[in-house]
Design a protein around this ligand. Structure first.
Ligand SMILES: Nc1ncnc2c1ncn2[C@@H]1O[C@H](COP(=O)(O)OP(=O)(O)OP(=O)(O)O)[C@@H](O)[C@H]1O
Ligand SMILES: [Zn+2]
Length: 621
């Protein structure tokens, strides 16, 4: 922080130098003599010149060395000395007088005021964070620290600036009316959600969407980032949160945006090495503030994260961040739209290049695409060209793919394998009658896993029957099976599939007694610790021989499921290949399209079974 505030330190420096000049100013070191001695010198005629001040007299004498006269000084008697002036006049010394020194109280106090001011500024800054922003003004903005970091007048962001993300926009836009006219809702006692969690991979436009909501509703936007709280001193984070909420309440209707919520909102009390006090205090303060909304205040808190899985469950309770809006990486059409938005100001040689780019950037986030265009423009500038060519774009794309660690960008050579892999999961789910019905399939990365076959989980299952679980195993392993059958090699992409399949098979064997050899006996290796919420090693209560038997049964179940997956895909090879082709071209396919590929004769139907919740089983890697 010090480095970021040079002017602050300049102020402190100035104040200190004022003080010091003040302290040392009076030290031109004349020798101090008793007044009577000075008077005697005057009488003796030794004094060449005298300078009179309000309460002091300085005299210069010839001294021993005429070249360097000596100065003496004395404080004059309090009531003054009527004899002094006549005496001096008689002596013939040069008499001068000095104005009373302008040392008002102000001069003493000014430096201290400056130091105090600088200190207060520094503290406010720490408390206020970078809160403030578009449209926030007045006292609220002052307290929230905006003055410390003036936000350059940003142009208003609206939903039109957010390409794709239709679902997310629709969900968030419900809040626009509330923010525009909260009284209408309050009058009829309608409670509007106060906490909305924006979930999605980096660069998918979470911040952009929050700003767009503020822009659409035309309300102040207070923003901060979770990671800012981690660096500050204990207690400051909580105070900052309080200030920001206070300011937002005053400015209501308003929006608070907390980026990177996971960096403060991680589950408390995990990690055996003790917690992070500051983080916990900050988190507790956020919870308290959220609870403090009496359902009446027109303040909406949006928070963004790409790790909803690590969030403290307390944050997700009703009345807190109970509304979740998911942002996905853009598919081809959405990528085209994003490129369009950001290329509107750029001189492109051929705008159809953007179609090519949209097709060749699977897995790019909105931020990646924006970055790509910027890199291309830089390339063109380096060449001294006035137009951006397709070569510039191509180079820029490669740079983004290679260069960004965070990016989930998919290399062209991975593209086909992903399509094969996902088509495998999809085909297995489609042809296995007991599996969950399909909903859609995509090769666009979601979160940590690449691609995904999305299935509708039929109702909420409380008990899982054996046939269903076996179908799950087959579906999980079918991605890898398809790679093996249709490409000839397997890849690390099935990592998560194998982990989940193994976990499931082990549960079937060791918890649910779904093998004949072992029967219904609990042979778990470890137990979930109820408080730590994680497995810690527990002593095993059974013999090594039994453990080996469990392992064998697990392996057998997995092998059998893999065989089944290979068979299913082999039997429907041409349909699966058709699916792969379509998936490669379109990246995301809905149920109807899946059905057209895998069962072309059947005509379109929709999933029959009742649907209550969406889940993503199996995730795929
Ligand atoms: N859907 C989109 N439409 C247009 N531009 C987008 C879109 N998504 C991202 N961008 C561009 O990428 C930039 C970065 O996006 P933003 O900061 O909103 O992402 P984020 O999801 O908040 O990322 P992070 O998780 O890193 O905070 C935006 O300023 C915008 O220019
Ligand atoms: Zn998979």
């Amino acid at each position: 922080m010090p480095g970021s505030q040079p002017w602050l330190w300049l102020t402190v420096f100035l104040a200190l130098s004022m003080l010091s000049s003040f302290w040392f100013a009076s030290s031109e070191q004349p020798s101090i003599l008793p007044y009577s001695d000075i008077k005697q010198m005057i009488r003796d005629g030794d004094v060449m010149s005298a300078q009179l001040q309000e309460h002091a007299i300085s005299v210069t004498t010839e001294g021993a060395d005429p070249e360097s006269p000596t100065t003496f000084r004395a404080v004059t008697p309090a009531q003054g000395d009527p004899e002094l002036l006549p005496l001096l006049e008689q002596s013939g010394a040069v008499i001068s007088a000095k104005e009373p020194r302008g040392v008002s109280i102000f001069t003493y106090i000014l430096p201290w005021v400056m130091i105090l001011g600088a200190y207060l500024l520094l503290q406010r800054r720490m408390m206020g964070g970078t809160a403030g922003g578009i449209g926030s003004s007045g006292v609220g903005a002052f307290l929230s620290g905006r003055f410390a970091k003036p936000s350059t007048p940003t142009q208003k962001v609206t939903f039109a600036d957010v390409a794709g993300q239709d679902q997310a926009k629709r969900e968030v836009s419900e809040l626009v009316e509330f923010l525009r006219d909260p009284e209408r809702f309050q009058k009829v006692g309608a409670e509007v959600p106060h906490g909305v969690l924006l979930v999605g991979p980096p660069g998918t436009g979470k911040t952009l969407l929050a700003k767009a909501l503020a822009g659409e509703a035309d309300v102040p936007f207070f923003s901060t980032s979770g990671s800012e709280f981690i660096e500050v001193f204990v207690g400051v984070g909580a105070a900052r949160v309080r200030k920001m909420f206070e300011a937002a309440r005053r400015a209501a209707p308003a929006i608070i945006f907390i980026d990177e919520l996971d960096s403060i909102g991680r589950t408390r009390g995990t990690g055996l090495g003790g917690g992070h006090d500051e983080r916990e205090q900050t988190l507790n303060q956020i919870l308290a503030e959220l609870d403090g909304f009496g359902g009446r205040e027109a303040v909406v808190v949006l928070a963004a994260t790409n790790r909803p899985d690590v969030l403290d469950p307390a944050l997700l309770r009703p009345g807190r961040f109970d509304r979740h809006v998911t942002l996905n990486l853009p598919d081809k059409n959405a990528r085209r739209a994003i490129l369009n938005i950001h290329a509107s100001r750029l001189p492109l040689e051929d705008s159809s290049d953007l179609d090519t780019m949209a097709a060749g950037t699977t897995g790019f986030s909105g931020a990646d695409l924006k970055n790509l265009l910027n890199e291309a423009a830089i390339n063109a500038a380096r060449r001294n060209a006035s137009l951006i060519t397709s070569d510039d774009l191509g180079e820029a794309r490669d740079k983004v793919i290679m260069g960004t660690v965070r990016s989930l960008a998919i290399r062209p050579e991975e593209h086909h394998r992903l399509a094969v892999h996902e088509a495998g999961h999809t085909a297995a789910a489609f042809y296995t009658p007991d599996a969950d019905p399909l909903y859609k399939v995509t090769i666009i990365p979601r979160g940590h896993a690449l691609g995904g076959t999305h299935m509708l989980s039929t109702a909420e299952r409380h008990t899982l029957d054996e046939t269903y679980l076996k179908a799950q195993l087959v579906t999980l392993l079918a991605g890898r099976a398809a790679e093996r059958l249709l490409i000839g090699t397997v890849s690390s992409g099935a990592d998560d599939d194998i982990r989940r399949a193994t976990e499931l098979a082990r549960s079937m064997v060791a918890r649910w007694g779904m093998t004949d050899e072992l029967g219904p006996i609990d042979l778990r290796q470890s137990e979930d610790h109820p408080f730590l919420g994680q497995s810690i090693a527990q002593p095993r209560g059974h013999a090594d021989a039994t453990a080996a038997q469990v392992d064998r049964a697990v392996i057998a179940a997995l092998k059998k499921a893999e065989k089944r997956a290979l068979d299913v895909i082999g039997e429907h090879r041409s349909q699966v290949e058709h699916l792969i082709e379509r998936l490669g071209a379109k990246e995301t396919l809905g149920f109807e399209e899946i059905q057209q590929c895998l069962d072309p004769d059947r005509g379109v139907t929709t999933p029959k079974r009742p649907v209550r919740s969406l889940s993503k089983i199996p995730p795929s890697g």
